[in-house]
Design a protein around this ligand. Sequence first.
Ligand SMILES: [Zn+2]
Length: 526
Amino acid sequence: MTIENKEDIKKSRMYARQQLIDGWDQDIVSKGCIMIIGVGALGCEIAKDFALMGIGKIVLVDLDTIETSNLSRQMLFKPGDEGRPKAEVAAERLIDLNPFLKVDFYFEKLQKLPMAVYEECDVVIAALDNFNARLDLNKICLRMKKPMVEGGTVGFEGHVQVVIPKDSKLEYKNRENEIEKIVETRMWEFDNPEYLEAQKEIEQLEYLIVRLKQEKLEPFRRLVRKQVEEEFDKKYAEDVINITPCYRCLVPIPPADDKLVAACTLKGLPRNRNHCVIKAEVIFEKDYGFKPDMNVDDDVVKLKALAQKELEDLRGRVFNENVSEESLETLTPKEIAEWKENIKDTFGEDYKFEEMENILGNKIAAIQSVSSIISSIQSQEALKLLFRLRGRNIGPPMDPPYINYNGVYGQFDQLDIIKREDCLACGNIEGEENVQLVVPFDADIGYIFKAMRIIDHALEPILWMITNPINKEMYWNPYMSGEFKDPTIKLTKLKIKNNDILTLTPLGKAKVESEIKKYNVIITFM
Ligand SMILES: [Zn+2]
């Protein structure tokens, strides 16, 4: 392998997780250039974010040197850096973080930079600490037609402003929405009597609503409120005031265990790209006696070949399922080729090793920019709780206790989540557990106990009963004989369908010894 090749693989590995994000294109990022003016608390964070995400080039501008007081926030600097230019030190540390990055730095006033420096970059980020510098930078960006993202913080508050100048070639507003807005205003200007009359009527109705609320509802509300106040402390306060829903309240049924999916895949036929890779891993382990190590290039190559074979088999199976032998005789070679091309499109191109790694590790898409926003919110909430525990108040914990940040739209939403009375973790139900079991299509009753063992709930089949809580059917009862005691009866024969819920209850000594008195098992066929 050439050195160039090895570097490419390393680079590809670095960015594997963000490649999972829909619409992500590492190429765009790698060719991009970001200019950061001000390498303080915000500048360090932002530069670090882009370095980690694999930007092609960062231009740093700062005319300050590092002071000891900077070390509490500006994470690219460390003790001993005092007195050195911020831009220069930051450039060194960013290269440590990402050796593929190019960094230019200027220990200079932003107003004195040659315009060519601005010209080169795609986006300018203002991370400054004073108004005048911001005003000057704003002017430069408008003149150079460069978009600017301005930000600042004061104590616990912060702002971000996006500035898009004329002729920057960026699309910003939605044409349709803008047209609608103008239509709304123009309707007023037209002096159309019918429109004005209707608006007037709406106003009167709104006034009527307000009056009805005040005169009829309010006195009654006050009366009820007095009652509630009298009984609140005794009846509600304990449950309502100082408790939030727990994590399990939101996840009543945990998603099926990977180990189970893997075990099941070996038995069943892969139905999608992910299954092919999982099956390839199982075959690899069987053939070579160990699990493939995604850091070993040799293993990656072997695994890729196995996965590729599964993928081709899958394409072949789907072709045979869709094109019967009779129709094969009537189809033209062109039509057959079209079928095959179509199927190839559906199941995707050849595997890249980072995709296989993402599938096998069951990885979740992640990106530094969003990570730092979310981690910062976590830190802020933890900080408030810490103070609160020590009897000090720097603000209440967030209420509702759940915040969703949408980085696509730049929107924060606080969501009211509900504490489930039947929550298995914080509710009043003791000794119950919900699980999801993934089973192959030809699974039998015995497989349920096998699957339970795989997800670390080993149950003695002779001490548990399986029933359907909806139609009260009995599927397994070791105390009875005949069909209720046949572990080889197929689930499909028992008319158990996808997403049916079965109940497992203990018998005999398990009734006493098992901490869990009831399993609700959701069956998912694969
Ligand atoms: Zn809960």
